[in-house]
Design a protein around this ligand. Structure first.
Ligand SMILES: [Zn+2]
Length: 254
């Protein structure tokens, strides 16, 4: 958590209050880096992935349930239609049979017989259609009963995954709030121009402040020439107390 153990003259506690400008900048940078890492972790929590998988399973389960229920409704319509058509055909047949009793001419009787035969065929076809629909309904009903059994498990999974995610994010959020408060306090220790410089370099490089260790800038990991080291040391001895890396432009703590 505290990457700043190089500031050996400072006690490694939360009360650390570096006396030099460079030390204060490194502390500000530490806070911002830690907040960046937490934000990154918050976005990539495994709990987020778990919730997404559980939610997808539930959505797929709901989709299947809807499609089965829709098919059940369709079949109900098929059955109702077949029954109402069959009733019409039956009524028609009753009328023809009554007519049959009054017919004398054999050709007319033959025509009626033929028509009654056609109605019987229609009735058979309607009965078959209704029976098939009833069979399919019964089969879907069994599947639907089985399907509904997994509902509570799926909903519990989503609830548990959601809770786990809330827990994980709220822990991180508490840490982020703490860091934000520290950050506000630290920033009061700098003047406007240093803050503007820090923010500008941080926006372009992510990490604004680096230490010079030997000849090497710890920000870009490039070595400075002896002349450059002399220059940055001169610069750091000036009013701001820090220098600028000639290679990466980061604020260099010498
Ligand atoms: Zn550099």
């Amino acid at each position: 958590m505290r990457a700043m153990t190089d500031a050996a003259d400072e006690p490694d506690t939360d009360e650390t209050h570096p006396s030099t400008a460079g030390g204060r900048l490194l502390e500000l940078q530490r806070i911002d880096t830690e907040a960046d890492q937490l934000t990154h972790r918050r976005e990539r929590l495994p709990e987020r992935e778990h919730l997404s998988i559980a939610s997808e399973s539930l959505t797929e389960w709901e989709r299947l349930r809807s499609s089965m229920r829709a098919r059940m409704d369709e079949l109900t319509s098929v059955i109702e239609q077949a029954e109402s058509d069959a009733a019409e055909v039956a009524a028609h047949k009753v009328r023809l049979e009554a007519q049959m009793k009054t017919v004398i001419a054999p050709r007319e009787a033959e025509a009626l017989m033929h028509e009654i035969g056609t109605l019987d065929e229609q009735t058979d076809a309607l009965d078959t259609r209704e029976l098939e629909a009833l069979e399919e309904q019964s089969e879907i009903d069994d599947r639907l009963t089985e399907h509904l059994r997994s509902e509570s498990t799926l909903r519990d999974d989503v609830g548990a995954a959601d809770e786990a995610l809330q827990r994980a994010t709220s822990e991180i959020d508490a840490e982020l709030a703490e860091l934000a408060a520290q950050r506000v306090e630290r920033r009061t220790e700098f003047d406007e121009s240093m803050l503007a410089r820090y923010d500008r370099v941080r926006a372009s490089s992510g990490v604004a402040v680096a230490q010079l260790v030997g000849h090497r800038c710890e920000g870009c990991h490039l070595d400075l020439s002896a002349a450059e080291v002399d220059d940055v040391k001169d610069e750091a001895a000036g009013a701001t107390g820090v220098a600028e890396c000639p290679n990466c432009g980061r604020i260099l703590v010498v």
